[in-house]
Design a protein around this ligand. Structure first.
Ligand SMILES: Cc1cc2nc3c(=O)[nH]c(=O)nc-3n(C[C@H](O)[C@H](O)[C@H](O)COP(=O)(O)O)c2cc1C
Length: 334
C-alpha cells in the first residue's frame, strides 16, 4: 500500500478536532474520466484541466462510432481526439464503438497514425438501437465476434487494447461467456461498470459481481460506477484495496471538485464560477460547426449535472428555448 495522504479538509475546526481526508487514495491509485457523449468531450476536458489541473490522470474519449461506409481521417468524428487540440487537456485514450472487424481496424489505423498507443473498445453502451446492432453492450453476447475484433486489432495494428464492459445485456452473466476470450489476449485493462444494459444507470451498481469478475479477469481492472462523493470512493477502496484504477463520470461532471477531494487536493470554491463560464464559452465557440439547437441541447444536458451538483433547480435551464436564454441562466444562476 502506498501513502495515505493526511490533509486537513475544509471542515477542520481549530478549536475542537482535526478532520483529515483519509479517502485512502494512494500514490498507486489513478483516476480516469469516464467517456460521456457530449459531456466529457474535448471542450470539457480542456476547461477541467485548466481549473483542476492534474486531478484526473487519464480520460477515455466519448465513443467514435465506426463507419460502415468507409473511414475518413479528416472526418469531424476524430476532432475530439486530435492530438494538437488535446495539448491543454489531460491525456486521452480514444474509444471506438463498432462491430465490423475490418472497419474497426481501419479506424484504429487512423488513431494509430495520430500517434496514439492505445484504443478502448466500447462494450458497454446500453442504448437499444446500438445493442440490437451488436454494438456496445450488444457485443457481450457475441463471443466469436469479440474474439475476431480483438484478434484483428492486436494483429493488424500496433495499438494496445483496453475494454470497457458491463455485466451483460439482460443477464448478469453474459460477461462470463467472454472470459476465455478476454483472458486469452494481452488486454491492457478492462473497465467494469457493474450493471446490465437494461439497467442503464439506474439501481445500485452490483459490487458483488464486480468483485467476482475482477477476480476472474487476469488483466488490470478499472472500477467504474456511482462514485459521487469522497465517502463512496473510501468505501469502495476499503472493499477493494487491490484495485488501483478508478473511473468517474457523472460524479465529476456534477461536482468538479470531487477528483481533487479524493486525492486530498482542495481548490478554492470560488473557481467554480470561472470554470462554468469557460465551459459556457466553449459551448458557444462550437457554434461555428454545430447548429444552435444542438448546442442548446448540449448546454441543457450539462446544466442537469452541474445544477444537481450545486443543488440548484435545473428546470429553467431545461425549459430554455434559445441560446440567449440559457447563456443568461449560466451567467446569473451558476
Ligand atoms: C450521458 C452519458 C453518456 C455516456 N457516453 C458514454 C460513451 O460514449 N462511452 C462509454 O463507454 N460510456 C459512456 N457512458 C457511460 C459512462 O462512461 C459511465 O460508465 C457511467 O456514467 C457510469 O459511471 P459513473 O457512475 O461514474 O457516471 C455514458 C454515460 C452517460 C450518462
Amino acid at each position: 500500500m502506498g501513502i495515505i495522504r493526511l490533509i486537513p479538509t475544509e471542515n477542520y475546526n481549530k478549536e475542537t478536532t482535526f478532520v483529515f481526508n483519509t479517502s485512502l487514495f494512494t500514490s498507486e491509485d489513478k483516476l480516469y474520466l469516464a467517456p460521456m457523449q457530449n459531456l466529457t468531450s474535448l471542450f470539457f476536458r480542456q476547461a477541467y484541466e485548466r481549473f483542476f489541473p492534474q486531478t484526473i490522470d487519464y480520460a477515455v474519449s466519448p465513443f467514435i462510432s465506426v463507419c460502415s461506409n468507409g473511414v475518413d481521417a479528416k472526418s469531424i468524428k476524430f476532432d475530439d481526439v486530435r492530438p494538437q487540440a488535446n495539448l491543454g487537456a489531460m491525456p486521452v485514450i480514444p474509444q471506438i464503438l463498432g462491430n465490423n472487424p475490418e472497419q474497426i481496424v481501419e479506424t484504429c489505423k487512423i488513431i494509430e497514425q495520430m500517434g496514439y498507443r492505445e484504443v478502448n473498445l466500447n462494450m458497454g453502451c446500453p442504448k437499444k438501437d446500438i445493442v440490437s446492432r451488436k454494438r456496445g453492450s450488444g457485443l457481450l453476447r457475441e463471443k466469436e465476434l469479440v474474439e475476431k475484433i480483438i484478434d484483428s486489432i492486436l494483429n493488424q495494428t500496433h495499438l494496445l487494447l483496453s475494454l470497457k464492459v458491463r455485466l451483460g445485456v439482460k443477464e448478469d452473466k453474459d460477461l462470463e461467456t467472454l472470459l476465455p476470450v478476454i483472458n486469452a489476449y494481452p488486454i491492457k485493462n478492462v473497465t467494469i461498470h457493474p450493471r446490465r444494459a437494461i439497467d442503464f444507470y439506474e439501481g445500485k451498481a452490483n459490487e458483488d459481481l464486480f468483485e467476482y469478475y475482477a477476480k476472474q479477469i487476469k488483466h488490470t481492472i478499472i472500477y467504474n460506477g456511482d462514485i459521487f462523493t469522497v465517502e463512496d470512493f473510501t468505501r469502495l477502496k476499503t472493499r477493494f484495496p487491490h484495485i488501483t484504477n478508478w473511473m468517474i463520470g457523472r460524479g465529476v461532471v456534477r461536482n468538479p471538485f470531487l477528483a481533487g477531494e479524493i486525492r486530498g487536493i482542495f481548490f478554492d470554491k470560488q473557481i467554480l464560477k470561472p470554470y462554468v463560464m469557460e465551459l459556457k464559452q466553449n459551448f458557444i465557440s462550437s457554434l461555428y460547426r454545430e447548429n444552435e439547437t444542438l448546442v442548446l441541447n448540449k448546454m441543457k444536458e450539462f446544466s442537469k449535472y452541474i445544477c444537481q451538483g450545486m443543488n440548484i433547480d435545473a428546470t429553467p435551464f431545461l425549459h430554455s428555448t434559445s441560446l440567449q436564454e440559457i447563456t443568461t441562466l449560466f451567467e446569473t444562476c451558476l
